[in-house]
Design a protein around this ligand. Structure first.
Ligand code: PGA
Length: 253
């Protein structure tokens, strides 16, 4: 990816989802060691399951690899069995958090209003959020992909993001974990629409917010996707679980 002095470094984010036992820490160690030896152009972050968050942060302390949570609750603490707060992610030495992933929106009924409240909580805790949006196959086939995603984005971004570091991830639901990557034309169209909305919401700041693509990013398609206009990085699921594949994607940025 070509970068001007005003373009932020691309962000390559590995979302481990509900994968990763203790042994997976070795993969993260291998990523950190390789980047220590050969520094990457991109910023790199790993989002492990909550059970590994603290240990992963310890493993990666002193490395360039950032650590974050896959979700956070909108409240700081309280009677919310099974949830974790943004403050807890920070307490475990995470510095980032993914919010609004389609698997959260679908599996847990999270609305854009929930997502915006979570983003607020993340900012209060000092975390850098990645806010996810994306359409279903039905919406794309009905020709509603762009209008749906822009509406989702509009309703998921609280005004308090003004002046704060954050990224947006465009992840078409039909491309996640399926091997069906969106076409570069689809990606270019959607990222341009997202950029226009970000500028309309945040002015000049909106011009620099990284817009990641996610959905079946692999070593063999990463370079083409990352070279597309307005693609500021990738949110990588399956291919982030093995250091070799994740490093190949990082090198493509
Ligand atoms: P995938 O997941 O790379 O396995 O398609 C991407 C994501 O959901 O973040």
């Amino acid at each position: 990816m070509t970068q001007s002095s005003t373009t932020p470094r691309p962000l390559i984010a590995g979302n481990w989802k509900m994968n990763g036992l203790s042994v997976a820490l070795d993969e993260a160690r291998a990523v950190a060691a390789a980047l220590d030896e050969r520094p990457a152009a991109a910023r790199v972050a790993i989002f492990p399951p909550a059970t590994l968050l603290h240990r992963l942060a310890d493993v990666l302390a002193g490395s360039v690899v950032l650590v974050g949570g896959q979700d956070c609750h909108a409240k700081t603490s309280g009677a919310h069995t099974g949830d974790i707060s943004a403050e807890m992610i920070g307490d475990a030495n995470g510095t980032m958090v993914i919010v609004g992933h389609s698997e959260r929106r679908t599996d847990h009924g999270e609305t854009c209003q929930h997502v915006a409240a979570k983003v607020e909580a993340a900012l209060v805790a000092g975390l850098e959020p990645i806010i996810c949006v994306g359409e279903s196959l039905e919406q794309r086939q009905a020709g509603e992909a762009v209008s749906f995603v822009i509406g989702q984005l509009h309703n998921s971004l609280p005004a308090s993001l003004k002046g704060q570091a954050f990224s947006v991830a465009y992840e078409p639901i039909w491309a996640i974990g399926t091997g069906h990557v969106a076409s570069v034309d689809n990606i270019i169209e959607m990222h341009a629409a997202i950029r226009a909305e970000l500028i309309s919401l945040f002015g000049e700041q909106g011009g620099g917010v990284p817009i990641l693509y996610g959905g079946s990013v692999k070593p063999d398609n990463a370079a083409e996707i990352l070279a597309a206009p307005e693609v500021g990085g990738a949110l990588v699921g399956g291919a982030s679980l093995k250091a070799k594949d994740f490093l190949a994607i990082i090198e493509a940025a």
